[in-house]
Structures are given as structure tokens and as C-alpha cells.
Design a protein around this ligand. Structure first.
Ligand code: FE
Ligand code: CA
Length: 514
């Protein structure tokens, strides 16, 4: 443990304990707001770290599962950022307005910070002081090391967030969340806790679902410990949706209303910049972040702009037999604008490691039936092979330095060598891929994992029976990826242990066993 670590209990001490020692920050004048109960039930968070700035987040929600329980009026919320845990050296302070329109969430964009250093932050509304969070700005050039975790897929009913408790105790610079932060639906078996209500489709219902997930103390601890970058996948809106298509809400106009509510609730509950605020059913979350000389992180959105699923005739895009539609040249995963942005980004001067953070498995995972031909999972990149080829071509064209793809969605660990043509395993590897498993969500069957490994030589490793996350350590020579797995996701106190370690060497794309 580094000396920068804070005991976890401090994050969880809550506003009532800290309120006792809190002198007013002395910015807001006028009638003080009062709360009948602790308004910081959803914790605090930070995100989108840049060299001089970071986003601070909280939401005032004294009754989190009942649309927050706030009166229908805006509240001025003070925030402080300090260089020390005791808030003796204040680095920045200000006031943010928590409005009814945004469910009394706060997104404070803090500027003027110094690069590559730890800060502590807190909020105050009236006399209610928030728990203290810790964050870290992006390093300036000249850094020699960077560590982050990536995670995805946290169905609340299927297990406890013990993985986040483990994560919060580590020495990390960043957490990257790759989607399925909430689940709209109940599924799986052996539930340890309940959503308690049905599938959300309206804004109040989505707000309540986020609130339920975010009341989890372990999830709050991971948010309070590190800055996050986050992108959504499908379950933040609806299972396996594609752009304006959903097999659960077939009328696109009706579905876009659900998507607008879902995107709005996502924005309200994550430490996102104003640039990500939705306008109706649209929101821009694809973005680029630089971490000194070491890392460029490219966050993609492969849900909002993608072509309709192939070969399923409007039905659920599962693993189905191949058809001509799948290989259509015009099919897109990112949409034209994002694809052009990504190509330009890949062509720009980047750091030693270029991470492409996206939702799912990029490597081909052909499923071979005993009788007949190949089947493909139409919801993933296998349903959009030419879009994948264009992305990999862009990496080759721009001679991208050390490209590494990270993904989630599949509820299994994967390590893979990405090829331009997956039917030619002898071809050079273009990029290296790692997929974290799920924080809690049920994994695939042993049989499907075995089938994937047998029929896809570029898949170096696949394991579906473990829940957890991944840790990435970068230095000048090596990218080291550790798969951190829970002993038992149904046990709130479960331990985490290293399941496998892989390395990518500078200048040598491809998975090596670490
Ligand atoms: Fe998932
Ligand atoms: Ca998913």
C-alpha cells in the first residue's frame, strides 16, 4: 500500500460525522437549506481528469429511491478542493447549482489545478457536509508510470460489489468503466438482492435505478478513491439496443424517448463534463484523454450510432448463423462522425501506449456448430466486421504506437491478438486486446468459452466463470494487465486474487503471458 492510501472508513464516514467539524465554507449567503436526512446518500465522485482540471460530482438525494426527496427548488452547493486531507491548503473552491432539471446533481468543473497530483474534495449544502473524496489530475509530460483499473457489467441482483472494495484499496491513478453500470432488467438466478421494481423506461424510474446502485458502499468507495472515465453500453438503456433500434421497444420513436430518459439519468449520475449532457436522445460521450507521455485513452461509444443488427430480422441479436447482411460494407459501429474523429485521433501524436476503450470484445469469436456453418454474436464487433476492419486499418495506416484495446460486455476475461483478417492467423498482430470480466453479472457457459478458444486462434485466453475486474500498469517498456477475480461474488466479504497476468512489450503487439 502506498502512503497515499486513505483508510476506507474515512470515505464512508458520511456527512453526519463530518458535519460536526464543518465550519461553513463562507461563500453562499442567504437562507440556509436544511435537510431532514443526509443528502449525500449516493456518495461523491470525480472524473475526466486533465492536467489542470477535474469534474467533481455528487447528487443531493435524502430519499434516494423516491426520486431523491428534494423540494422542487435549486440549491447552491459549495465545493472545495484541497492539497491535503485536512483541507488546510485549499487549491480551489466554488459554488455549483443543483437544479431540479438535473435531479439536484452537481457537476463542478474545477480548473487551475496542478498536473499529476492528488487532491481531496468535499461539498457543502446548508450545514450538510459531504464525505471526502480523493482525486488525481492527469500527469504532465515526463511521467514514467501509470496505473488504472477497468471494469464493467454490475448487475445488482446477481452479486455484491466486493470487487470495488478491493479496487478502492489499491494505488491507482484512474478507473475506466466500460458500461453496464446499471441493468434495466432482472435476469440470472441466485439473486443476493433485488431491484424491487420493474424495467425503467421513464426519467424518474431511471433515476431511481441509478440511486439504488449508487447506494452501494463499495461502489461509492471506488468512486471516492479515484477519478473515473466512463462510457455506457446497452443496459444503461435497454438490452442489446442499436442506435434507435431495440427488440424490446420496436417503435424507434418510442424507443428514442426511453433512450433520452436513460442518457439523461446517466449524465446526472456520473462525473461527466457539460459536453456530455444529452440534448434529447443524443449525447456525445466519445472523448480523448492524455496522461502525460505514457498514455492516450480513446473512449468510444459503439451503441448510439451503430447500424441495426444483422441477420436477426429485428429480433434479439444473439449468436446466429452468418448471412450476407453481416458483411455489408456500409455497416457502422461508431457512425461516420465518430469514425472520422477516431481516425484523426489515431493519426495525431500520441503517447507510448494508446488505449482504445470500448464496450465489447473486438476479436473475432466465431462459433462453430457441429452441423453446418459459422455463427456470430451479432451484438458485438462480429456483427460489424467491416467497421472493425476500418478501425484496425486506421491503426495500421497511422502506425499507432502500442495500440491496446480494452473492453467489457462479455462477462468473461479475454486476451487476444487483433488481426486485420482473422481467417489468417499467420498475419502480423496489429493490436492487443484485453476484456475484463463482469463486476457481478453472470458469465457464459463453459461450453461456449471452449468453443470460442477452439475456433479462434487469436483468442489467447478466455475464462467465463470468474467475476472481477482488470488492473493495467504502464511503464516505458511494458503494459502489464492483471485479471483480478473474486472468490465468490455472492459473498459480500469475498477476497480478490490475481487469476492471470499478461504483458505487452513496447513495440511488439500481441499477448505474452506475464
Ligand atoms: Fe453486461
Ligand atoms: Ca452489454
Amino acid at each position: 500500500m502506498s502512503r497515499l492510501m486513505i483508510p476506507r472508513r474515512r470515505f464512508l464516514a458520511g456527512s453526519l460525522a463530518s458535519a460536526a467539524i464543518a465550519a461553513p465554507f463562507g461563500i453562499v449567503r442567504g437562507a440556509p437549506v436544511t435537510f431532514a436526512a443526509d443528502p449525500y446518500t449516493l456518495g461523491v465522485a470525480s472524473g475526466c481528469p486533465r492536467e489542470n482540471s477535474v469534474i467533481l460530482w455528487t447528487r443531493l438525494a435524502p430519499q434516494p429511491l423516491e426520486e431523491g426527496g428534494m423540494p422542487p427548488a435549486p440549491v447552491e452547493v459549495e465545493w472545495q478542493v484541497a492539497e491535503d486531507e485536512g483541507f488546510a491548503r485549499i487549491a480551489a473552491k466554488g459554488v455549483a447549482r443543483a437544479t431540479v432539471e438535473l435531479a439536484h446533481s452537481v457537476h463542478a468543473e474545477v480548473d487551475g489545478l496542478r498536473p499529476g497530483r492528488v487532491y481531496w474534495y468535499r461539498f457543502r449544502a446548508g450545514s450538510a457536509m459531504s464525505p471526502i473524496g480523493r482525486t488525481r489530475t492527469a500527469p504532465a509530460r515526463g511521467n514514467s508510470r501509470f496505473r488504472f483499473a477497468f471494469a464493467s457489467c454490475q448487475q445488482y441482483e446477481q452479486g455484491y460489489f466486493a470487487a470495488y472494495r478491493d479496487m478502492a484499496a489499491r494505488d491507482l491513478d484512474l478507473v475506466v468503466h466500460l458500461g453496464d453500470y446499471i441493468y434495466e432488467k432482472s435476469w440470472g438466478w441466485r439473486h443476493v438482492r433485488q431491484h424491487g421494481v420493474g424495467i425503467p423506461t421513464t426519467l424518474p424510474e431511471f433515476r431511481n435505478r441509478y440511486a439504488l446502485y449508487k447506494t452501494d458502499a463499495d461502489l461509492q468507495a471506488a468512486h471516492a478513491a479515484f477519478p473515473w472515465l466512463s462510457i455506457w453500453d446497452d443496459h444503461e438503456v435497454a438490452d442489446d439496443y442499436a442506435n434507435d433500434r431495440s427488440y424490446t421497444t420496436r417503435d424507434p420513436e418510442q424507443f428514442l424517448k426511453v433512450r433520452a430518459a436513460a442518457y439523461q439519468a446517466y449524465y446526472e449520475h456520473m462525473p461527466l463534463p457539460l459536453s456530455a449532457r444529452p440534448i434529447g436522445p443524443n449525447a456525445t460521450i466519445y472523448e480523448h484523454y492524455r496522461f502525460g507521455d505514457m498514455l492516450d485513452m480513446l473512449l468510444l461509444d459503439d451503441r448510439q450510432y451503430r447500424s441495426a443488427p444483422a441477420c436477426v430480422n429485428g429480433g434479439r441479436p444473439t449468436t446466429v448463423p452468418d448471412c450476407a447482411e453481416r458483411t455489408g460494407e456500409m455497416r457502422t459501429m461508431l457512425g461516420r462522425s465518430q469514425e472520422q474523429w477516431l481516425d484523426a485521433r489515431l493519426g495525431a501524436q500520441n503517447g507510448r501506449w494508446t488505449m482504445v476503450a470500448q464496450q465489447t470484445l473486438m476479436a473475432e469469436a466465431r462459433h462453430r456448430e457441429a452441423e453446418g456453418g459459422d455463427c456470430y454474436w451479432m451484438d458485438g464487433w462480429d456483427g460489424y466486421p467491416n467497421a472493425r476492419r476500418r478501425l484496425l486499418d486506421s491503426i495500421v495506416t497511422h502506425n499507432v504506437r502500442n495500440p491496446v484495446v480494452i473492453g467489457g460486455d462479455r462477462h468473461a476475461y479475454y486476451a487476444a491478438d487483433l488481426k486485420r483478417d482473422f481467417s489468417r492467423p499467420q498475419d502480423p498482430t496489429i493490436a492487443t486486446e484485453f476484456v475484463g470480466t463482469s463486476i457481478t453479472s453472470d458469465g457464459p457457459s463453459e461450453g461456449s468459452i471452449r468453443n470460442a478458444l477452439e475456433n479462434n486462434p487469436e483468442l489467447i485466453y478466455a475464462r467465463g466463470d470468474k467475476r472481477g475486474y482488470a488492473v493495467v500498469e504502464l511503464d516505458d517498456q511494458t503494459c502489464t494487465v492483471g485479471f483480478e477475480a473474486l472468490d465468490d461474488v455472492k459473498d459480500a466479504r469475498s477476497e480478490v486474487r490475481r487469476l492471470a497476468t499478461f504483458v505487452v512489450e513496447d513495440g511488439v503487439p500481441g499477448v505474452k503471458v506475464g
